[in-house]
Design a protein around this ligand. Structure first.
Ligand SMILES: [Fe+2]
Ligand SMILES: [Fe+2]
Length: 257
């Protein structure tokens, strides 16, 4: 391959940059990276418009769909985001299947299906808060409230439903990890809330040990989504709801502005 022959002494990150540069030149438009993508690489920087133009003479900035990503339909649905934008849906499907098999009502099943969509398709940090905001205009408030609250509840046991602090968290975060004060406060407020148990059931049905062989399918949830998720007729993200811009950002993550 060209990448290996052209510069065998390049570091891994230099090779990645070179590959990205080449891919950009192969595209018809200039693909820009948001600062957030650079922050995740440990860099506080962004490339200016003039610098991008200078590197890509005669090309316009990308202002729509990124041709490198799966093509979304003109009026995307939640299912389309599951299929074309969410990087991993197994955890969500396994959790929702668990809730379905346990006989919980549709709100709980939907909350389990959507509880980590921020991680699956958007952003990790504060995923419960982002996820709740994404779905808030389209679901019953019990569902979005619970998705938000599950972020805090995960860290606190509730023996009444057999929920213990997950062993996986000890492995992931270390034995000394303690949630920040805003999470503790959110937990204390959630305990007194009327939807507490719905949010708690998200943590109970959350699958902490991922089973790569589990048979799960999005098809099992088509009807529940149909009955409980208000799909906007313009397409999810192309409506003017208070969170439509978040869906559009997943739709067009590399749009210049
Ligand atoms: Fe979560
Ligand atoms: Fe989860």
């Amino acid at each position: 391959m060209q990448a290996q022959s052209e510069a065998p002494t390049m570091t891994l990150s230099e090779r990645a940059d070179a590959l990205e540069e080449r891919m950009m030149h192969e595209l018809e438009h200039v693909v820009a990276r948001s600062v957030l993508f650079n922050l995740a690489e440990g860099k506080v920087e962004t490339e200016s418009g003039p610098a991008l133009r200078a590197r890509n003479p005669g090309k316009y900035m990308l202002m729509g769909a990124d041709p490198r990503l799966p093509q979304m339909p003109a009026k995307p649905t939640l299912m389309d985001y599951f299929k074309c934008r969410f990087a991993s849906t197994s955890h969500l499907l396994q959790s929702a299947t668990h809730a379905l098999n346990a006989g919980h009502d549709e709100k709980v099943v939907l909350a389990c299906l959507l509880h980590d969509i921020a991680v699956a398709g958007f952003i990790r940090c504060d995923h419960g808060y982002w996820g709740a905001q994404m779905i808030e205009p389209y679901v019953d408030e019990e569902v979005s409230w619970s998705v938000r609250a599950h972020q805090a509840l995960r860290f606190f046991p509730d023996e009444s439903v057999g929920y213990a602090y997950p062993d996986m968290y000890v492995k992931y975060f270390g034995p000394d990890y303690r949630p920040e004060p805003y999470i503790v406060e959110a937990y204390e407020n959630a305990r007194r809330h009327r939807y507490y148990m719905t949010a708690r059931l998200i943590t109970v049905n959350d699958i902490y040990s991922f089973d790569p062989n589990a048979k799960v399918s999005l098809d099992d949830f088509v009807d529940i989504i149909g009955r409980n998720f208000k799909q906007p007729k313009e397409g999810l993200g192309l409506d003017n709801s208070p969170s439509a811009h978040m869906w559009r950002t997943m739709l067009w993550p590399s749009r210049f502005l």
